[in-house]
Write a protein that binds this ligand. Structure first.
Ligand SMILES: [Zn+2]
Length: 426
């Protein structure tokens, strides 16, 4: 009897050691209460940390193994572990999210169900691994680019491990399609707006991250012995101010270190996803742009690259605050809001800054651009998803309704381009 009990306890101890070993070997997310990015140099003098999220003046979420956790402890900066095992977190929620091919099937089903107002769309070039970035266009006369209707481009998941983006965009697509002819305001929206919806931009990254839960953020293109460019550090600046250009790394905006999760890429638009987006935008009038990321429960606007306001700051404050007021956080209260530089951190090469600046200074199309940081975690718990997608639907519905106002109110510095209908230019 004693022997059996002793044997049992031995097994329990071995199991405990094994489990502890597995937990210790896995990456975690640690929230570090550092008000400034310079404080992070106390943890890593070269600032080569993998930052998963931030709220300006309050905290940074850092992806950490045991070594980084030790560095955090030694820095003396207050911290808490908010995700003990990233891999376990992904494993727990994966079944609640679609794979990329399941998403394509879902889009296909919607196109089949609503062929008069929804058509398959894709960016004009493939990714590094040869995948198409699929989405849908939704409008009346959907096969015609109607220049007299304003355009609204919505994308998700520049960053592969920000899984809540895809269901948020899909829910919007599905909801407005099924409301057409049923809900007057949605019918009007579809009849009077060209809606371009791309739930997953970083397809290669997602194809890698979804099955493995690898906490992979970048695309999958190799460069200089490392893998991946951060697509949201790879866009042009277009303001003619150096600190706003691609590749500006002051204030931790980006880095040229290929191993980093915020590597800005070999050169501007080197990422196929970035180039695909810029090519697509050239062929469409996009007056409002919303790009989904995760996490932080924030709705933000330009600039990301500097603290100063844009020439359209009054409009951004008005429309941005109205949109954010509609979106409830998981714990109550509405989404945090403001410019990316002021409420998250400074960043160069983002799609939001590019879309707004390029439209205003280069392309001559009235545009305002937003970023939403969804939810509270990259691998958001499935039990939170329903709340999040319904809440964010309200902001998208509101922003679709302001496209006309943007055309009237937002001035550009150059005249608008002529976009010829497909097949009419020899
Ligand atoms: Zn992101």
């Amino acid at each position: 009897m004693v022997n059996k009990k002793g044997e049992f306890m031995k097994k329990v101890v071995i199991l405990f050691i094994l489990c502890a070993g597995i937990m210790l070997a896995q990456d975690m997310v640690v929230r570090v209460y550092a008000p400034n990015w310079q404080d992070l140099e106390k943890i890593s003098p070269k600032y080569d940390l993998d930052i998963a999220g931030a709220r300006a003046g309050q905290y940074y979420d850092i992806v950490a193994d045991q070594d980084v956790l030790s560095q955090i402890r030694s820095s003396g900066i207050p911290y808490e572990i908010i995700v003990f095992s990233i891999a376990h977190a992904a494993e727990q929620v994966r079944a609640s999210y679609m794979s990329y091919s399941e998403m394509c099937d879902s889009l296909d089903a919607m196109i089949q169900s609503y062929p008069s107002i929804c058509k398959l769309d894709s960016f004009p070039i493939t990714t590094y691994q040869g995948n198409w970035i699929y989405g849908v266009k939704i409008s009346d006369n959907v096969y015609i680019e109607e220049d007299d209707e304003p355009g609204f481009l919505i994308d998700g998941q520049h960053h592969a491990n920000e899984w809540a983006c895809m269901p948020t965009v899909l829910f919007f697509i599905d909801s407005i399609l099924s409301s057409y002819g049923v809900v007057g305001s949605i019918t009007d929206m579809i009849n009077s707006t060209e809606l371009y919806c791309f739930p997953v931009l970083n397809v290669d990254g997602y194809l890698y991250d979804y099955p493995g839960g690898n906490y992979w953020r970048k695309n999958r293109e190799p460069f200089s012995g490392a893998t991946g460019t951060d697509p949201n550090r790879n866009y042009a600046g277009c303001t003619e101010e150096l600190e706003g250009e691609w590749g500006a790394v002051d204030n931790g905006k980006a880095t040229h270190r290929p191993q980093s999760s915020i590597f800005s890429g070999a050169y501007v638009n080197s990422g196929d996803e970035t180039r695909a987006m810029t090519l697509y935008a050239q062929d469409h009038f996009c007056n409002v742009y919303m790009t989904y990321h995760s996490s932080g429960e924030m709705l933000c606007w330009p600039w990301g690259w500097k603290y100063q306001q844009t020439p359209d700051s009054a409009l951004y404050d008005h429309f941005g605050n109205n949109a954010a007021d509609l979106v409830q956080r998981l714990g109550g209260g509405t989404y945090y809001r403001g410019t990316v530089s002021n409420i998250i951190y400074r960043v160069s090469g983002s799609s939001m800054d590019w879309f707004y600046a390029w439209s205003r200074y280069v392309n001559g199309v009235s545009n305002i651009s937003f970023t939403t940081e969804l939810g509270t975690s990259q691998y958001q718990s499935a039990s939170n998803l329903d709340h999040m997608i319904h809440q964010n639907f309200k902001a998208l519905e509101y922003l679709a309704g302001i496209c006309d106002s943007v055309v009237l109110l937002v001035r550009t510095l150059v005249p608008p381009p002529t976009i010829y209908p497909l097949g009419t230019v020899g």
